[in-house]
Design a protein around this ligand. Structure first.
Ligand SMILES: [Zn+2]
Length: 115
């Protein structure tokens, strides 16, 4: 298992990259994504940090897989219900029990919460 010290080292390196790498130079103004589900529902999200978000997200209505429109706003009248954010170091240090999420975050991925 990855040590707390190693997590801290990798996370700080990531924060440096976020500041300097062009990949993270994204205009977050109105950066919304839509996840379309076969049930017909669209789960709308917004990014409050720059980072990687998944292609598949659980539909908020039926719980099944819904699929990203790659930041194409196909539901302009709908408000986002989830936001993607980069957790702070103290949260990341507690992610040891969820290795997949921890790796996702350390690789520049974002976590989500209700907004
Ligand atoms: Zn659904």
């Amino acid at each position: 298992m990855i040590s707390q010290k190693e997590i801290e080292k990798r996370f700080n390196k990531l924060l440096d990259e976020v500041k300097t790498n062009d990949f993270y130079k994204v205009d977050l103004t109105g950066r919304v994504n839509c996840y379309k589900c076969r049930c017909g529902h669209i789960t709308k999200t917004k990014d409050i940090d720059a980072g990687v978000t998944p292609f598949i997200f659980n539909c908020e209505k039926c719980g099944k897989n819904s699929f990203s429109t790659f930041y194409k706003d196909i539901a302009p009248a709908q408000k986002p219900t989830f936001e993607w954010y980069r957790p702070a170091l103290e949260q990341v240090l507690k992610m040891g029990k969820n290795p997949a999420l921890l790796e996702h975050i350390l690789d520049g991925g974002l976590d989500f919460r209700k907004c």
